[in-house]
Design a protein around this ligand. Structure first.
Ligand SMILES: Cc1ncc(C[n+]2csc(CCOP(=O)(O)OP(=O)(O)O)c2C)c(N)n1
Ligand SMILES: [Mg+2]
Length: 325
């Protein structure tokens, strides 16, 4: 782990470690539940990319907004939607965060300011610019974080939205979760630039790159960026380097990746890295780290068990929420 000047106390590091483990264990249960046909539709997990969602959330206020793509179960939890309501949403239950209407790709909470869960690649990017416009219009101090995948940066609407965000100086933090693949396609085959932050140059937008596998580096970098956005009201484009350990979706066996590549990235596992850092600081030992993980596993299990008991929506609910109230 990058040795930063800052030091963190045990309680804080333990919380970060718990969150990383919880998101991992949560998603493992999601995969098992899908395989056991407890729910249908698409299912994209975030396993391997947890450091980003933990690190970014630490830099935000509850009043900030977040919007994302379809790989967003754990981002929704990080933004404050309880894990049991995310699980219930996966199962299409009435107490799910979107009343069972959304499912895996469409987590949503107006109260928690998590504005989806979007299945159209890049579809959330202009929406984020719109929210940024509204924040400015209402003269608020909030920002919006807009996550997207690397492939989304080849979408037309991405470029239109970045242009407007830069032109109108909107308080948007665009974060590319650069896991280097769009479904099974290596970005080298589809993308003209070697570093995705270069996309921002075309719009004269502030930009940077971060090791998105390292939770402390991510948290520190994003905290600085968010402070800058609040101060300057200018948008920022962050290329966050990361890797997903599972297939694009549950139906993808991932045959386009080599064992060597996978092994290299497994060596950078965010949970492993933070654990090593904590041990090096002599704050916890292996057994204590394992106890945190066990607690995380139990929480993920309780979320699913709660969701199992929840009611399905009543029949007339199918007619509700078709149009906004
Ligand atoms: C406009 C559009 N085109 C194609 C698809 C099909 N599709 C779904 S996910 C995906 C790849 C996206 O990859 P990336 O943006 O890198 O996100 P990741 O899955 O790696 O998180 C594609 C092409 C879609 N959902 N929307
Ligand atoms: Mg990708």
């Amino acid at each position: 782990m990058a040795a930063k000047a800052k030091t963190y106390d045990l309680e804080f590091l333990k919380k970060l470690y718990f969150e990383l483990c919880y998101y991992r264990r949560f998603e493992e249960r999601v995969l098992q539940a899908y395989t056991a046909q407890k729910f249908a539709g698409f299912c994209h997990v975030h396993i391997g990319q947890e450091a980003l969602c933990v690190g970014v959330q630490r830099a935000l206020k509850d009043t900030d907004y977040m919007i994302s793509a379809y790989r967003s179960h754990t981002q929704a939890i990080a933004k404050g939607i309880p894990g049991n309501e995310v699980f219930a949403e996966l199962f299409g239950r009435y107490t799910g965060c979107a009343k069972g209407n959304g499912g895996s790709m469409h987590m949503f909470s107006k109260d928690r300011r998590f504005l989806g869960g979007h299945g159209i690649v890049g579809g959330q990017v202009p929406l984020a610019a719109g929210v940024g416009f509204a924040i400015n219009y209402e003269k608020k101090d909030e920002i919006i974080v807009c996550y997207m995948g690397d492939a989304a940066t080849n979408q037309g609407q991405f470029h239109e939205a970045l242009n407007m965000a830069a032109t109108w100086s909107l308080p948007c933090l665009f974060i590319v979760e650069n896991n280097r693949y769009g479904m099974g396609t290596d970005i080298k085959r589809t993308t003209s630039v070697d570093h995705l932050w270069k996309r921002a140059l075309a719009y004269d937008m502030d930009h940077g790159e971060v090791d998105g596998m390292n939770v402390l580096t991510t948290m520190e970098t994003v905290t600085e960026i968010v402070a800058k956005i609040r101060k300057t009201k200018r948008p920022y484009f962050l290329d966050a380097i990361c890797y997903r350990y599972k297939g694009h979706s549950v139906s993808d066996p991932g045959l386009y990746r080599t064992k060597e590549e996978m092994a290299e990235w497994l060596g950078r596992d965010p949970i492993l890295q933070l654990g090593e850092y904590i041990k090096k600081q002599k704050l916890m030992n292996d057994a204590e780290l394992k106890a945190v993980d066990t607690e995380a596993k139990a929480k993920a299990r309780a979320d699913e068990e709660w969701a199992d008991e929840q009611p399905i929506p009543p029949e007339d609910a199918v007619w509700r929420y078709v149009y906004a109230d």
